[in-house]
Design a protein around this ligand. Structure first.
Ligand code: NAD
Length: 361
């Protein structure tokens, strides 16, 4: 689902990389493509057709570009491109959002934090996506009361906590084996409940994974003070929303951030950035967030862990060789400014090189 703006440019590049890596692993990739968001509104009068939704539901995984743009800004509610995004997330039942935050040594200087603090950071934030205070009932705003009030409800069911906890532990097993569950158990009953459920899940089901707990205010501080201490952070919808944006800024550029949303069916993979209308069609978009999302697809939906690692290494090698799109270019003498197409070609050529072979620039 390429979507709008720079979506088609970056999805195209990521598909080329996926095809290449699948061919190395004797995996045949079957790709169907559908207009989505604004592109679908223009063609079909709706941001997501039933045909597109059904195709997503019957696939192994969905790769999404981004949606939206000025052209559709006058639309409201269900007619807007973004409503297609919400629909697809809800149709696929993706309840766990994965946001890896990895600081590449070559880009460490692009962060607002000192290189010594962020060097080697590799965190996976697992955020519960379909429950908690964003969806809890009842909720009400009463402006006619004598003293007007408004409230939302933070409600979690045991089953909701267990299924996202399981995703976080499964992911930790493929990483450094450490999960830090983040809550506000010193104040909120729903957080004490969350902590108890996570603890008992770990006691009953997990060995070899180190589980710790941290209060969300402390976590916000630790992410800035010493982000290298974290492996997997597991947290509720509201806390995850805030912490994942905070952690994202450790990397310095939105063009580098991939995401995966997982449920019990097909996973949904998309870059964190939007459709970037200001650079659309100019061959300026950084495709690495979408290519890294394709790596996550290999890891979490296609069971191709080795392919995922190869893509990630190819991204790293391309950065090591100095290739930069405008958003991560710092004008240093070691860097080479390239467009979207060439960045994709360089990742592809890194993939094609045998490991250990010197770079072909
Ligand atoms: P944006 O992420 O599209 O752009 C913010 C800034 O980052 C822009 O200057 C853009 O040029 C730059 N940027 C973003 N991605 C980049 C990339 N890959 N390479 C280089 N530079 C990049 O956010 P915005 O400007 O707030 O929103 C633009 C449109 O995108 C809006 O219509 C918004 O609703 C939509 N949007 C969609 C999604 C999504 O589909 N998931 C997410 C966020 C925003």
């Amino acid at each position: 689902m390429p979507g709008d703006g720079i979506g088609p440019e970056v999805v195209d590049g990521a598909l080329t990389i996926l095809r290449e890596v699948c061919s190395h692993h004797n995996t045949e990739l079957q790709v169907e493509s559908f207009p989505f968001g604004g592109a679908s509104i223009d063609k079909h009068g709706t941001p997501a057709t039933e045909e597109a939704i059904e195709a997503c539901k019957s696939s192994d995984a969905v790769l999404l570009g981004a949606v939206g743009g000025e052209k559709w800004d006058h639309l409201t509610g269900a007619d807007r491109p973004e409503s297609g995004l919400l629909r697809i997330r809800s149709e696929l039942g993706v309840y766990a959002n994965f946001r890896p935050v990895r600081v590449y040594p070559e880009l460490a200087h692009a962060s607002t934090l000192k290189s010594s603090i962020i060097s080697g950071v590799d965190i996976l934030i697992v955020r519960e996506l379909t429950g908690g205070i964003y969806f809890g009932q009842p909720r009400e705003t009463n402006l006619d009361a004598e003293d007007p009030y408004s409230f939302d409800t933070m409600r979690y069911h045991r089953s909701e906590i267990i299924r996202v906890t399981k995703k976080a532990f499964d992911a930790a097993r493929k990483r450094d084996g450490r999960v830090c569950s983040v809550d506000k158990a010193n104040v909120l009953g729903s957080s004490r409940f969350w902590r108890d459920i996570v603890k008992s899940y770990a006691e009953q089901n997990e060995t070899g994974i180190e589980l710790t707990h941290m209060l969300v205010d402390n976590c916000a501080m630790q992410l800035i003070r010493d982000p290298g201490q974290f492996d997997v952070i597991l947290t509720a919808n509201l806390f995850g929303d805030i912490l994942s944006d905070e952690a994202a800024m450790l990397t310095g550029s939105i063009g580098m951030l991939p995401s995966a949303s997982l449920g019990d069916g097909p996973g949904l993979y998309e870059p964190v950035h939007g459709s970037a209308p200001d650079i659309t069609g100019q061959n300026k978009a950084n495709p690495l967030a979408t290519i890294a999302s394709a790596a996550l697809m290999c890891r979490y939906s296609l069971q191709l862990e080795e392919a995922a690692t190869k893509i990630e290494q190819a991204i790293e090698n391309t950065l090591k060789k100095g290739f930069r799109t405008g958003d991560i270019f710092t004008d240093s003498s070691n860097e080479l400014l390239v467009g979207t197409d060439e960045m994709c070609e360089q990742v592809l050529s890194s993939l094609q090189q045998k490991s250990g072979q010197p770079a072909n620039q």
